[in-house]
Design a protein around this ligand. Structure first.
Ligand SMILES: Nc1ncnc2c1ncn2[C@@H]1O[C@H](COP(=O)(O)OP(=O)(O)OP(=O)(O)O)[C@@H](O)[C@H]1O
Ligand SMILES: [Mg+2]
Length: 437
C-alpha cells in the first residue's frame, strides 16, 4: 500500500511536470499546472464514481478494475469481501450445527435476557417447560414457569446448584432446572427430565431400607439368644438346643434372602440368551407337583396338573423351574388347608401358558400391580411367618421378561387367584409324536 502511495505521488508529480513543461513552451506555465491538477482530479473523480456505482449496485463480483493506488484499494476491498463471505459461511454452518444440535438435545434450553425475558428456546423447551420460542418470544419466563421455587431461584440469583420442580406440562414428571449466566447479562436455563433418576434413587433408598429391615429381625433374634447363652450360669443342654434351633432357622432365613437377592441380581445383569435349551415343561411340572405335595404335607391340598405333553419351551431350564416353583409355592402357602390348587400347561392362539389357580383368600385389587415389586407383601406378618422374603414374584417377573413372556395375575377376594405365565409362539416347540401312550 505504501509503495502504491509513493508511485501515485510520482504519477501526480509526473503529470504536473509534463503540464508545466508544456506550459513553459506555450508561455502559460501556471495555467498548464492548473490544467494538470484538473486532469488528475478528473481521473480520481472517475475512480470515485466507479467505486460509488459499484457500491450502489450491490453486485459483489463486479468490482471495478484499475491500476496504481485505486487498483490497490479495489483489491483490498475484494480481499475484505472474500474474508467476510468466508466468515459468513462459517457462521451459517456453525448456526446450522447449533440449531440441529439444540433441536436434537433432549434437555430444554432457554436463553433469557437481563430482565428474564425469553430470547430463544429449543424444541425440547416446549415439551418439558411449555415454552415455545415462536409464541413466547419476549415474555418473562416466570409468566410461564410459575413454580414458586423457580421464582425464588431466579430472584436469589445464586445459580450454583440446580433445583428440582414438577414439569408444568406433565406434573408426573420431575425436572431439574439450572441457570447458567453467560455474556454480560444473559442467562441460559437448562431443564432436564430426571423422573427416571428420581425413581431409581427412591428405589435405591427403599431397597436399602427394606434389606436392612429384613436382616434386622433375624440378626436381633440370633444376637439375643447368643447373649442369653453367654449369661447362662448353668447351661442346660435342652435349652441350648432349643435356642440353637431358633438361631439356625433365622440363619437359614438370612441365607434365603441373600440367595434370592443374588438370583435377582444375576437375572438383571446376565445376558438373556445364556444356557438356553428345549425345556420339557410337562416333565418339569410333574416334578414340581411332587414338590408341592411335599410342601403341602398334612395341609392336604388337592393339587392337580393338566399339561400338554407335546409342548416344550425354548429357554433356561433353571430359571423356568425357579419361576414356576415360586408360583406353585405361593399357591400352597397362601391357600388354606384342604382346598384345591390347579396347574395347567397348554397352547393358546398366541403361544402357550402356564397357570396356577388356587382357591385361597385372594388378593385385593389395589395390591395386584405391586406384587412383583421387591419385598412387596400383602400381609407381611403372614408372609414372614411362612418364611417369605417378598422377592419370589420379582424373580418370576424377571425370568419371564428374559423369556419374552408376561405374568398375568387375576384374583378375587375370598375366591382365589390365578397366576399365568404367557409365552409367545416364538418360544414354543411342539414335538411330533410317533407313539401313543
Ligand atoms: N397365590 C397367592 N394367594 C394370595 N396371595 C399371594 C399369592 N401369591 C403371592 N401372594 C401375595 O403376594 C406377596 C408377594 O409374593 P412373593 O412370592 O413375591 O413373596 P413371598 O411369597 O412373600 O416371599 P418369597 O416368595 O420370596 O418366599 C406375598 O407376600 C403374598 O402376600
Ligand atoms: Mg413367594
Amino acid at each position: 500500500m505504501r509503495e502504491s502511495w509513493v508511485s501515485e505521488i510520482w504519477v501526480l508529480v509526473g503529470i504536473l511536470a509534463a503540464f508545466f513543461t508544456l506550459g513553459l513552451i506555450a508561455g502559460h506555465p501556471m495555467a498548464a499546472v492548473l490544467l494538470g491538477l484538473g486532469a488528475y482530479l478528473a481521473l480520481t473523480l472517475r475512480h470515485l464514481f466507479l467505486l460509488h456505482r459499484w457500491l450502489q449496485s450491490r453486485r459483489r463480483n463486479d468490482i471495478p478494475e484499475a491500476s496504481g493506488l485505486w487498483g490497490d484499494i479495489f483489491d483490498s476491498i475484494r480481499a475484505l469481501m472474500k474474508e467476510t463471505e468466508r466468515r459468513e459461511d462459517q457462521l451459517t454452518q456453525t448456526l446450522t450445527r447449533f440449531q440441529s444440535t439444540s433441536a436434537a438435545t433432549p434437555d430444554a434450553m432457554v436463553v433469557l435476557t437481563l430482565n428474564d425475558a425469553i430470547e430463544w428456546a429449543n424444541p425440547a423447551a416446549e415439551r418439558l417447560l411449555g415454552v415455545a420460542f415462536s409464541r413466547d418470544y419476549g415474555l418473562r419466563v416466570t409468566n410461564l414457569l410459575r413454580d414458586p421455587d423457580f421464582t425464588n431461584y431466579l430472584k436469589k440469583g445464586d445459580f450454583t446448584d440446580a433445583i428440582t420442580v414438577p414439569s408444568p406440562e406433565r406434573p408426573e414428571k420431575t425436572l431439574s432446572l439450572q441457570i447458567i449466566p453467560f455474556g454480560s447479562s444473559q442467562k441460559l436455563l437448562i431443564g432436564r427430565d430426571i423422573t427416571r433418576l428420581e425413581r431409581l434413587e427412591a428405589m435405591r433408598r427403599d431397597f436399602v431400607a427394606n434389606i436392612s429391615h429384613e436382616l434386622r429381625t433375624p440378626l436381633t433374634v440370633i444376637s439375643g439368644f447368643l447373649e442369653t447363652l453367654q449369661d447362662m450360669d448353668t447351661p442346660r443342654i435342652d435349652e441350648i438346643r432349643r435356642h440353637l434351633v431358633t438361631m439356625h432357622e433365622q440363619a437359614v432365613r438370612m441365607q434365603r434372602l441373600v440367595n434370592d437377592l443374588l438370583t435377582l441380581s444375576r437375572l438383571e445383569t446376565e445376558p438373556p440368551l445364556l444356557h438356553q435349551s428345549i425345556v420339557d415343561v410337562p416333565v418339569m411340572l410333574s416334578g414340581l407337583k411332587e414338590m408341592a405335595e411335599m410342601l403341602s404335607g398334612q395341609h392336604g391340598h388337592q393339587i392337580t396338573l393338566e399339561a400338554d405333553p407335546d409342548l416344550r419351551l425354548l429357554g433356561n431350564e433353571d430359571e423356568l423351574r425357579s419361576a414356576f416353583s415360586n408360583l406353585i409355592n405361593n399357591a400352597v402357602r397362601y391357600t388354606p388347608e384342604g382346598r384345591s390348587i390347579r396347574m395347567t400347561w397348554a397352547g393358546t392362539p398366541e403361544g402357550a401358558r402356564f397357570s396356577v389357580s388356587d382357591t385361597g383368600d385372594g388378593i385385593a385389587p389395589q395390591h395386584l400391580s405391586h406384587l412383583t415389586e421387591r419385598f412387596y407383601r400383602v400381609d407381611s406378618a403372614r408372609s414372614r411367618a411362612t418364611g417369605g422374603t417378598g422377592l419370589g414374584l420379582s424373580i418370576v417377573k424377571h425370568v419371564l421378561l428374559r423369556h419374552d413372556a408376561k405374568l398375568l395375575i387375576e384374583s378375587t377376594l375370598g375366591r382365589g387367584s390365578t397366576f399365568t405365565c404367557q409365552f409367545p409362539q416364538s418360544r414354543l416347540q411342539r414335538i411330533a409324536r410317533t407313539d401313543t401312550v
